[in-house]
Ligand binder design. Structure first.
Ligand code: SF4
Ligand code: SF4
Ligand code: FES
Length: 354
């Protein structure tokens, strides 16, 4: 048992400061234990979100010494004996109080993502190969801690990108559904590219680095999704193969008619996007008008959302961001908070480019 030095951000949406505390630390404890002891002994009004203390609920996300982590899975033994441990809230989302942030951005993006669309098969006729089950199983491990969303530089320093970018957590959802052999929607890739902002991602792998479930977000979800976008647009053999062999032939999965800008104008049920499906015909929320409007690239009031950078005629994404020199912005929680991926630089897409 020793006393160790901690710095914890205290405040709310109107501002705050980092405060210093000396707290007792025992063998085997994690950062969340220290926060609980701090609440019990010195700061009873310190706000912190947590539930399971087992790395499974995704509630205790915070930044510890500048790195996005789960408080309940960060052992105190990983720090040096004299190291000061600084705890700040997630930076990408608005602070509610102390270490609690408003992560509703993620729930909005979840609602915008069209849900699994069952094919028109009789009960008992559903068949899946084990290999297909295993391929998407990795993505089902997500605990929705939103550490990846918090880390992604596309929105971390660029509030203006949030309208057009769903983030890595929803790219793995799109990839999972795109790999699902029984999903009747055939426009997952178009949706990811046109409305989720897949093209903004420049595969820096920062999201993979912080995922507590060790999901290979970039290698197994984002890169295959990007490859499929390019294949579907530019590879004539893939186009022909899909026509002859693949999911476009599943009963009830008629190819989506293409509307303005190459975005499907009709859903798999043949109805114009935005038409609510009959009750019980598919899982909410994908059948709501708002969701389908977003799927077709339209926001509330049918205003066109900003779109991700397109794939070039040579089949390549614009990777100019990787070469840009302006680094991420300073931390709102103090200049001593250095994000550990400081070498990552990013130039946000110019609104009128292209
Ligand atoms: S790879 Fe980088 S840019 Fe792409 S989603 Fe992950 S953190 Fe964001
Ligand atoms: S993908 Fe990983 S980091 Fe992202 S929300 Fe899920 S568990 Fe958390
Ligand atoms: S308290 Fe549930 S993941 Fe940390």
């Amino acid at each position: 048992m020793t006393d160790r030095h901690f710095r914890v951000w205290r405040g709310d949406e109107s501002g705050g400061e980092i405060r210093d505390y000396d707290v007792e630390v025992n063998d085997g404890e994690v950062v969340l234990d220290i926060i609980h002891r701090l609440q019990a002994t010195q700061a009873p009004d310190l706000a912190c979100r947590w539930n399971c203390k087992a790395g499974k609920c995704g509630s205790c996300s915070m930044e510890i010494n500048g790195k996005p982590r789960l408080g309940c899975m960060t052992r105190m033994s990983t720090f040096g004996d004299d190291e000061t441990v600084t705890i700040t809230p997630l930076r990408t989302f608005p602070v509610i109080r102390d270490l609690v942030t408003d992560v509703s951005f993620n729930y909005v993006k979840a609602r915008e993502t069209p849900a699994f669309a069952p094919p028109s098969l009789a009960p008992g006729d559903y068949r899946m190969q084990q290999v297909d089950v295993e391929r998407s199983q990795e993505f089902r491990k997500c605990i929705e801690c939103f550490l990846c969303q918090n880390t992604c530089h596309v929105v971390r320093d660029h509030e203006e990108n949030k309208a057009a970018f769903s983030g890595p957590r929803y790219f793995i959802r799109a990839a999972e559904l795109d790999m699902h052999p029984l999903d009747a929607r055939s426009d997952r890739k178009e949706y990811a590219q046109a409305s989720q902002g897949l093209g903004y991602c420049n595969i820096t792998k920062c999201c993979t680095e912080v995922c507590p479930e060790h999901i290979k977000i970039t290698d197994n979800a984002i890169i295959p999704l990007k490859e499929r976008v390019v294949d579907k647009r530019y590879d004539p053999l893939v186009w022909l193969g899909r026509k002859i062999l693949r999911r476009d032939q599943v009963p009830g999965a008629a190819p989506a008619p293409v509307g303005e800008g190459g975005i499907p104008s009709r859903g798999v049920d043949g109805k114009p996007l935005g038409t609510p499906a009959p009750a019980g015909s598919s899982m909410a929320p994908s059948s709501t008008a708002g969701v389908t409007d977003v799927a077709s690239g339209l926001g509330d009031g049918h205003v066109r959302l900003p779109e991700a950078p397109p794939v070039g005629a040579d089949g390549r994404m614009d990777v100019a961001e990787l070469l840009a020199t302006n680094a991420g912005g300073p931390s709102p929680f103090g200049d001593d908070q250095q994000f550990p991926l400081a070498q990552v630089t990013y130039r946000p897409p110019e609104p009128d480019k292209d």
